[in-house]
Design a protein around this ligand. Structure first.
Ligand SMILES: Nc1ncnc2c1ncn2[C@@H]1O[C@H](COP(=O)(O)OP(=O)(O)OP(=O)(O)O)[C@@H](O)[C@H]1O
Length: 210
């Protein structure tokens, strides 16, 4: 059962509009916004899958929610605040983004993550490990503080089937037991049948009730 800290949404995106700036720092005149009129509300415990074709804007949306691109504060609120304008959201660990090389944070014993979920061998030499093994260590190193909202940008791509299943099971528990909210952008749907509470496909969206 989800732990609801309060009834306020954890993520509120309201008619979000975004265009990457041109060389002069402004959107090119007459350009069509990459993100146009995107609206989404998530609550504690929700797990949202973000899908869409290459270039649809998944990473861009996660980065906007994570405070890495500036938008008007009322368009995107995380825990009632604008992540771009209120950097304490990310520095506290309440809001975490993992994509590329950026680590995530999570309240869990290192032992459980290292040996139970990610199955890391402490004797691995980092210059000799595979991409998937390196990814496991990277995820592990980020799982240090409790998060309330977690943004995952295709982080499981290098993991093998079992490691990915373990991680997804673990993340689901974080939502159900701690009331965390997760948005996960991916192209890999295997094993995700019962994972999300919401599915957003860029271009159109719908919610699945759990
Ligand atoms: N910093 C940037 N400046 C200008 N355009 C960008 C920038 N980053 C991304 N884009 C463009 O914005 C569009 C959306 O990119 P984004 O990375 O958000 O898509 P995505 O849905 O995550 O794609 P993929 O599934 O391939 O990861 C693409 O056309 C991309 O070229």
């Amino acid at each position: 059962m989800a732990v609801m800290e309060n009834s306020k949404p954890t993520v509120e995106i309201n008619a979000l509009k975004f265009t990457y700036p041109g060389i002069d720092g402004h959107p090119p005149p007459g350009s069509t916004p990459l993100i146009n009129d995107f609206t989404l509300t998530l609550n504690a415990g929700d797990r949202c899958l973000l899908v869409g074709s290459n270039g649809a804007g998944k990473t861009t949306i996660l980065k906007i929610i994570g405070g890495k691109h500036m938008v008007e504060p009322e368009m995107v609120k995380v825990l009632g605040r604008s992540a771009f304008h209120d950097t304490a959201l990310t520095s506290s660990g309440d809001l975490s983004y993992l994509g590329g090389e950026v680590p995530i944070q999570m309240d869990v014993s290192a032992e459980k993550m290292i040996f139970g979920v990610l199955d890391i061998d402490l004797s691995w030499r980092m210059h000799k490990v595979s991409d998937g093994q390196r990814r496991r260590v990277q995820i592990c190193m980020g799982l240090l503080k409790p998060f309330k909202v977690l943004l995952l940008d295709e982080i499981t791509v290098d993991l093998d089937v079992l490691a990915r299943a373990d991680l997804l099971r673990f993340l689901r528990k974080e939502c159900e037991e701690r009331g965390a909210t997760i948005i996960y952008a991916t192209h890999i749907f295997d094993g995700l049948e019962n994972w999300p509470s919401h599915i957003v496909c860029l271009g159109f969206s719908f919610s699945k009730t759990i």
